[in-house]
Design a protein around this ligand. Structure first.
Ligand SMILES: [Zn+2]
Length: 218
């Protein structure tokens, strides 16, 4: 298996995982991984059924959006490209319409620091983009990039879904799953009461622990 095929294989593997873990349904959502040394991006093709997707169908494209191999790319490819151009630390992007996170996104709500795991996503909240933008547009890509900024690893796309990033596809996938877990927790908590949010000091204490140990010890 060549290096390129290995990136395509990762897209097939994590696409199935995304479906099996119920982070997406049907053909919604998409994911990508980049080889920064070669400037090649592997991304889910448009309208792909995750359980039918073969390695050869996975799109390979350049950083300029030029298709090299595979089927036509996901309609959201400009959002993936925009993030790769803006954030050099990002090597994988996962986009889902997971149910609880998207429920909050359609209500226009960000997720506050309800639990220390929120800080694993880069800050004191999981922010939401300021405006609704049509899928597949440059406006949506710009809005996702602006809201991610320099520090966040995940954002809610207003009235749409979730974007999560990582230094690898497993990391971006894990973060997309954490967004959904935090969204479900927030939804359940506000359904029966008012959650006690972490204070600024409590958020900073968790952030310090992450940077000391390099990763979350949960
Ligand atoms: Zn979408």
């Amino acid at each position: 298996m060549t290096e390129k095929e290995d990136y395509q294989r990762q897209i097939v593997e994590y696409g199935r995982k995304m479906l099996n873990d119920r982070l997406v349904r049907g053909t919604s959502g998409n994911l990508s991984v980049i080889d920064r040394e070669k400037g090649i991006i592997a991304i889910t093709p448009t309208g792909s059924d995750y359980d039918q997707l073969s390695i050869g169908q996975v799109t390979l494209m350049t950083m300029d959006g030029e298709r090299m191999e595979g089927n036509a790319p996901s309609s959201e490819y400009s959002m993936h490209l925009g993030i790769y151009h803006a954030r050099k630390d990002v090597r994988a992007v996962v986009h889902t319409h997971s149910m609880y996170a998207t429920t909050l996104a359609v209500l226009g709500k960000s997720i506050p620091a309800i639990h220390y795991m929120v800080t694993m996503l880069g800050g004191e909240q999981i922010p939401i983009t300021p405006c609704y933008e049509l899928y597949g547009t440059q406006e949506l890509a710009d809005s996702a990039v602006d809201t991610l900024g320099e520090k966040y690893h995940a954002v809610l796309l207003r009235r749409h879904g979730v974007i999560a990033t990582g230094a690898s596809l497993p990391e971006a996938f894990r973060r997309a799953a954490v967004v959904e877990e935090m969204a479900e927790l927030y939804y359940r908590a506000v359904a029966i009461g008012e959650p006690e949010l972490l204070s600024v000091e409590e958020v900073q204490a968790v952030a310090g622990k992450i940077s000391n140990y390099g990763k979350m010890q949960s």
